[in-house]
Design a protein around this ligand. Sequence first.
Ligand code: NAP
Length: 257
Amino acid sequence: MFSSMKGRSVLVTGGSKGIGKGIAAAFAAEGAQVVIAGRDRQAGESTASELAAAGGNARYIQADVAKSEDCAQMVAATIERNGGLDVLCCNAGVFPAASLAEMTPGQLDEVLGINLKGTVFAVQAALDALGRSGHGRVVVTSSITGPVTGYAGWAHYGASKAGQLGFIRSAALELAPAGVTINAVMPGNIITEGLADLGEEYEQTMAASIPLKRLGSVADIASAVLFFASEQAGYITGQTLIIDGGQTIPESLEAMV
Ligand code: NAP
């Protein structure tokens, strides 16, 4: 069994929807004091209410992680509410498609600004508080897309997700003296509200290319995040974990049984 998260102060960026909401729900179910951050106030308030209705301790704070001042403010608000910060989950991300031929500088800036710079800004803002925690943890949501695989139309996204992994390795060295760890989860195809809208046929086609024959759930990712946040993972830092049902393993469709 992993150590309890009861009473831990946890900040989840992009916690209002999708994978982040699953991560926030998992920590809330473990008795943590959870703060979720995102841009859309209505979505954030609604998720915080949902988590509270399920018996969790949760609050929403409006923040755009692409702005360093917003990151400073969301960390300060978390400390004020929870009395400190133990776990930072850098999960906020966007994935608008754009071919290389048509990608504008603005689109590139948006994806790198939120996914990569947003991760750096959030960690910078949380450095001191995580150091004071005594068991400070950072868990970054990267992806298989970029670090391991490619996808036409998502070159900027893949670069941002690979960039996050380059970041955590050097950050791990700077965080280590304070006993703070930083690791990343790398999800494959995970069912979120957005993906569910694409329909059952899309889901079945995608599932056929995955050895475990199903798409992942947000709970599959949240379990790995909880592990990295636990006492038992305290000697793991600068590492990555692929959670993709084996999707990146087969050399071709013929390689699967
Ligand atoms: P999602 O359902 O669209 O949720 C994204 C979350 O990020 C929302 O809460 C959104 O809230 C927040 N967000 C976006 N831009 C933000 C910003 N500038 N500042 C603060 N919050 C922001 O997406 P998802 O599928 O759960 O993806 C979450 C993470 O998992 C991303 O980093 C993504 O790259 C990664 N991932 C997802 C999959 C997958 O299959 N779903 C696979 C691999 C990796 P607001 O819009 O209110 O700001």
